[in-house]
Design a protein around this ligand. Structure first.
Ligand code: FAD
Length: 284
């Protein structure tokens, strides 16, 4: 189980992948998984319907494919419009597939969605409490170095994070951020709030301008001027932008490791070559 990894080693190195879109064959991700598992990360997480992508039903199958390739898998799960019975069915299905680790979140309704809100779960902590009550999963939860986009008070955002720990979460994975000082400040404040869980720092290499614009709009992460300058300098050269973006992310990760981060979680965007560059440099 993933929670045991944090007790055994530092840093825990992990990757995140997302399932292919609904109109692509699920097999299209298997070559990516072959590459990523070949890099022997400590675990690979698989997103669940993120940003209204409609691919949530594929998460369990892909997590199972990760496990079959000999790497621990973390299945993301959200509850924003799912009731308790449906969640229990999903959890049973994950168990059948040999998945013991879940990143339990509230999630968001896609823009313009007419889906009803869950009658059983209001916040991620409600879902975490339910899963913890079963006693058969190791539970991760999301955290936000700059606070969650819907919560204007950073300190209150940390109180909400504390509720996830109290509900039974075992570890945390952070939202992406581009300045490590934001992460270190968050870590210090979280510890002062009594949050003792291991925390993996989420890092996303910039691969294109549109990707980064979409992400910062969705999660509210701030862009330092160093990144804005890169976007400007390589405006007409996507290949150079990707190269510079990956270098930036690797420097960020090296600094996190030097500073003693318990884990580094790489948002791979399903690009194994980027994950390979990063993990090989971190292991040097
Ligand atoms: P919560 O912890 O419930 O928080 C949601 C909001 O409610 C916050 O503003 C919080 O401050 C507030 N809040 C919490 N508890 C209380 C309370 N008791 N009273 C009042 N307010 C409260 N989304 C996907 O759809 N699929 C994914 O696979 C996915 N993967 C992610 C992975 C990571 C590492 C991260 C950081 C995020 C991921 N997300 C994913 C996005 C996530 O679903 C959104 O950020 C969502 O808006 C919040 O989810 P949460 O679990 O943090 O919610």
């Amino acid at each position: 189980m993933i929670c045991q990894l944090y007790a055994q080693k530092r840093p825990v190195l992990s990757f995140e992948v997302f399932p292919p879109k609904q109109d692509s064959q699920i097999e299209t991700i298997y070559a990516t998984l072959d590459h990523l598992t070949g890099l022997s990360p400590d675990f690979i997480s698989v997103t669940y319907g993120a940003a209204g992508s409609g691919n949530a039903h594929r998460t369990a199958e892909i997590a199972s494919a990760v496990r079959k390739r000999g790497v621990e898998a973390l299945a993301h799960l959200t509850c924003v419009s799912t009731d308790r019975n449906q969640i229990n069915t999903i959890l049973d299905n994950l168990k059948e597939k040999n998945i013991d680790d879940i990143l339990a979140m509230r999630g968001d309704l896609p823009a313009g969605s007419s889906l009803p809100l869950s009658k059983d779960y209001r916040y991620a902590s409600d879902l975490i409490e339910d899963i913890a009550g079963r006693g058969d999963f190791c539970i991760g939860a999301a955290c936000y170095p700059e606070g969650h986009i819907d919560c204007d008070d950073f300190s209150v955002s940390l109180d909400h994070l504390r509720l996830k720990q109290d509900a039974g979460a075992n570890f945390l994975i952070s939202q992406l951020f581009f300045e490590n000082d934001l992460f270190w400040n968050f870590l210090e404040k979280a510890r002062l709030k009594g949050i003792t869980l291991p925390i993996s720092a989420g890092v996303m290499p910039i691969m294109s301008r549109s990707q980064i614009e979409r992400m910062i709009f969705l999660c509210g992460a701030s862009l330092p001027s160093k990144i804005i300058r890169l976007l400007h300098r390589y405006e007409h050269s996507p290949a150079d932008l990707e190269k510079a973006g990956v270098e930036y992310a690797i420097a960020q990760m090296e600094d996190l490791v030097r500073g003693g981060a318990e884990g580094v979680h790489i948002y791979t965007m399903n690009k194994p070559h980027v994950a390979a560059l990063a993990i090989n440099r971190l292991r040097k």
